[in-house]
Design a protein around this ligand. Sequence first.
Ligand SMILES: Cc1cc2nc3c(=O)[nH]c(=O)nc-3n(C[C@H](O)[C@H](O)[C@H](O)COP(=O)(O)OP(=O)(O)OC[C@H]3O[C@@H](n4cnc5c(N)ncnc54)[C@H](O)[C@@H]3O)c2cc1C
Length: 422
Amino acid sequence: MHRLPRRIEEARGMTASDNPQVLIVGGGAIGCAIALALARRGMRDVLVLERDTAGSGSSSRAAGGFRTLFPSEIGVRCALLSRDMFRNAEAELGASIGYREDGYLMLARSPQQAEAFRANAEMQRRLGVDATWLAPAELAAGWPWLRVDDVQAGVWCPDDAVFDQVAFMQALAGAVGRAGVELREHCCVERLLVDAGRVVGVATDTGEIRAGTTVLAAGIWSSSLAAGVGLDLPVAAVRGEVYTTGPVRRIPQHIPFVTDFDRGRYLRGDVVGLRISGEMGPSPELDDTFDPANAAAAIAWAGELIPTLAGVATTGGWAGLVELTPDFHPLLGLDRRLGGLLVATGFSGYGVMHAPAAGQLAAELLLDGRTTTLDISPLVPSRFAEGRPILLPTNPLQVGNAAFLGAGRTTARTGPSLDSTR
Ligand SMILES: Cc1cc2nc3c(=O)[nH]c(=O)nc-3n(C[C@H](O)[C@H](O)[C@H](O)COP(=O)(O)OP(=O)(O)OC[C@H]3O[C@@H](n4cnc5c(N)ncnc54)[C@H](O)[C@@H]3O)c2cc1C
């Protein structure tokens, strides 16, 4: 069963001013990481509003994968920027998060994806990632328990990792409180307040709060809050499932995080047994309920990939919502269309692993007026309205995603067509 984090008492004990300099909507990985980065740079007049409990949205429903194998330079750089916090969680966050460098192994079944992996691996190596492109014979030699007769190629990174996303969220939210920031749970933001072309705060279920800058980090729920003030954030909801198993025999205890790219499925080792991904599909109604009835298809795929897993029993699982943008890159930056608003959403399936980078970069924008660590201007939230999506010619996944994402949209489309990614 999916575990929600316990109350974050340290954070609840803090009290922000009545008019915080920075108000963050959403206490998920992104909102908490931004709060922590601000506090560590000395900005503590920050209030995080979370309608439920910290991490209760998508963050504690993630699969707990950490990779540097991204298809874009900016993705790789954000992962590298984030890695220290995961590797050194006990020092950085004050708790163990079960971080284990089991490695990532991505498999391509189509020739196009195999070639994309080859080009990506060159770029990743140039940026300092230990990425190796592998032919099927090399895959069979390295991981003899995998069935690779239908696989065209793979890419392997031994430094990539798995972690416990619930422990990470607990540790992160606890660190926010210890750093001196109030994380107010069970406080729902009903709408953004706008005055003279600027967001000036929020209306909550317990009253209005004015703030210098408002950060919209409400995950998949950000789009509807933005739509309330006429702002289009093209983020589509895709429901994903994760199943757990008991102990499995005849494969090593610590297997890599294996991604079957063209099938959109993955599996990884857990403390006991495995986590196996289930169905993914558009969910405009934002349904994140877990349905154990879907386990059969997940186990059938796992048994095809690793024959010794055929018929393995599931012990539980969870479902959550992935927040996908048309170009699979986040919307991160000060919004040019409305003053006083920093948007941090649409992390497209990797928001937990990129949260430390998002926090650091957002803090630079808020405190310095620009980022110095990394140029994130390509991630500007208005890029689709401006016809400037991030296009990756080597990523076949981007081709043909428009209809899929269109089906998962939750708000009326007021901006450009999602077809702009084609
Ligand atoms: C099945 C699955 C597997 C995944 N696997 C991985 C993985 O291996 N690695 C990885 O890095 N990522 C993974 N992801 C993606 C990751 O979970 C998300 O990208 C990440 O959690 C986004 O963080 P967030 O803070 O933006 O959103 P959230 O965690 O959803 O946080 C937003 C918060 O805002 C709150 N909120 C919403 N509306 C309001 C409101 N009106 N007022 C106040 N608060 C509000 C919500 O309650 C929520 O807590 C996975 C996702 C799923 C579903």
